[in-house]
Design a protein around this ligand. Structure first.
Ligand code: NAD
Length: 510
């Protein structure tokens, strides 16, 4: 049976709408709160509550696992390692592909779940499921191509070989803004490499992670190879950091927590990959079509209701088209519909965490107090404190909080600039270095600016560039390592150099 289609509801109906969808999820067994540890579903004595960020209504209860539960998961992962490592890559790939197919087959259930616990519009949640399944398919194939190399020998009668081997038990600590795709982007790579994975999902969005675990089990991932442990982040991350059996840690989240984890992982010298915060400059030169640039800025700013590490945080517009850009941008922002993500008309949902909404409000207040012009209603939306009305701030300057601090919400900051040199200096002034956008019709300028921006990913005349084939990751304090692409699997592999010496002796033995 299909989910009911959602006609335009007024917000008060959204509680009922969500209830009907949740009932359907429960009936299909997609609303379960038990953790998956060592092949068993653990409910435990303690429970946490998951709420719909749009309505504040309780969705479900989930297990609150303890540090002891995490220790069991680490031991189970360690036990499962050898058999998983020794499977042929082709066989691991087949299991990953089955998992991806199950995600696609249950895309609607997973998308509804994501919308109910994370808040994003359903259409975006559906895209996330297909994006997330794409990583499993991509890495299923990459695992089969994890080639080593043979080095031309610098020693007489020797064979110099470099092999790629799985690093071992891997911990994945994941955020709430992409509760499905950030798990598959890490787990797909690690599992394809031959490593068992323990996921510690964000407490705001455990249900999507547990639904993925259910599908992983159905796909045939063996006991202990993929586990999901839910509960208090500090309590659960401590054993992951301190246990020497955990060889790799992959984290997506804030730079602040990333630093703490890097420090914690130093004690056992783990391989650490970090996808952290962003503060993307979005640079619009005055040779470009204004409508095209506004369309890009809308996508780069308001996707995932602004709760996206790739979100355009500083929209620099060259003075020649500044007024026209601001006018067209304000009109587009004004057309955005705010509401429950299950409502088909919604463009911008709630902030998943109240703290994110409060940060947006503080940045708006700060900018207005320092002279920015505001183009949307400043007051809170009547829907509730987790909602932030899409807001455009223009005439923003470098001294305002929003020019230096990640926003992570639907608040756009537009800053005027005069020259290419000036904008490059300002764009690169951030300690973050995840993504940058450049809009220009001048090819030489596009080449120059994309070369000079200090960011790990650059979109030239586009706001859409992610996907399994690209190396996702940041420079400076935006992270370490890469996810996706052929590079992503290497975060979970060790190089082993083997020198076979004295080959002539083998000849003699023949
Ligand atoms: P967060 O850092 O608070 O949380 C991320 C994860 O870390 C969650 O699982 C959380 O439970 C856990 N965590 C939090 N505090 C912890 C602690 N002291 N010890 C151990 N684990 C802890 O970040 P968030 O609020 O969930 O996500 C928003 C941030 O993440 C933004 O800054 C955003 O830019 C960043 N982000 C980056 C990417 C990327 O790919 N680069 C993607 C999504 C989000």
């Amino acid at each position: 049976m299909a989910f009911q289609t959602t006609a335009r509801h007024k917000f008060p109906d959204s509680v009922g709408l969500a209830k009907r969808h949740l009932e359907e999820l429960r009936r299909r067994d997609f609303l379960q709160g038990a953790a998956l540890i060592d092949g068993r579903w653990i409910t435990g004595d303690q429970r946490d509550v998951v709420v719909d960020p749009a309505t504040g209504e309780q969705i479900a209860e989930v297990a609150r696992c303890s540090a002891a539960d995490m220790a069991l998961a680490i031991a189970a992962a360690e036990r499962s390692f050898a058999a998983w490592r020794d499977l042929l890559p082709e066989r691991r790939g087949a299991i990953l592909r089955s998992w991806a197919s199950l995600m696609v087959a249950h895309s609607e259930e997973l998308a509804v779940l994501v919308t109910c616990e994370q808040g994003k519009p359903l259409a975006e949640a559906r895209s996330e499921i297909s994006y997330g399944a794409g990583f499993l398919q991509w890495f299923a194939a990459e695992g089969e191509r994890a080639y080593g190399e043979t080095i031309p020998s610098h020693k007489p009668a020797s064979l110099l070989q470099v092999k790629m081997q799985p690093i071992g038990v891997t911990a994945a600590i994941t955020p709430w803004n992409f509760p499905v795709a950030m798990i598959t982007r890490k787990a797909g790579a690690a599992l394809a490499a031959g490593c068992p994975v323990i996921v510690k999902s964000a407490p705001e969005t455990p249900l999507s992670a547990l639904a993925l675990a259910r599908l992983a089990e159905e796909a045939g991932i063996p006991r202990g190879v993929f586990q999901v442990v839910v509960g208090n982040p500090i309590e659960l991350s401590a054993p992951l950091l301190h246990d020497p059996r955990v060889r790799a840690l992959s984290f997506t989240g804030s730079t602040e927590v990333g630093r703490l984890l890097l420090e914690g992982a130093a004690q056992t010298v783990k391989r650490v990959s970090l996808e952290l915060g962003g503060h993307a400059p979005f640079i619009v030169f005055d040779d470009v079509d204004v409508e095209k640039a506004v369309k890009g800025a809308m996508a780069a700013k308001f996707a995932t209701s602004g709760q996206d590490c790739l979100a355009a945080n500083r929209i620099y517009v060259q003075r020649g088209i500044y007024d026209a850009f601001v006018e067209a941008f304000a009109a587009a922002v004004g057309r955005l519909k705010v509401g429950h993500g299950l409502d088909a008309a919604t463009d911008v949902g709630p902030m998943t965490k109240l703290s994110v909404a409060n940060k947006c409000r503080a940045q708006i207040d700060d900018a207005v107090a320092k002279g920015a012009r505001i183009f949307s209603a400043k007051q809170d939306h009547p829907y509730g404190r987790n909602f932030v009305l899409p807001t455009l701030l223009s005439d923003v300057n470098d001294d305002m909080l929003i020019a230096t601090e990640e926003t992570f919400g639907p608040v756009a900051a537009v800053l005027p600039f005069d020259s290419e040199e000036e904008v490059l200096t300002r764009a690169n002034s951030s300690e973050m270095g995840l993504a940058a956008y450049v809009y220009t019709d001048n090819l030489r300028r596009a080449l120059r600016v994309s070369e000079k921006v200090e960011y790990g990913m650059v979109g030239v005349n586009t706001a859409s560039f992610t996907g399994p084939p690209i190396p996702f990751g940041g420079w400076k304090q935006s992270g370490l390592g890469r996810e996706g692409s052929r590079h992503g699997i290497q975060e979970f592999m060790e190089l082993k150099y083997v020198c076979f010496g004295d080959l002539t002796a083998w000849e003699k033995r023949k």
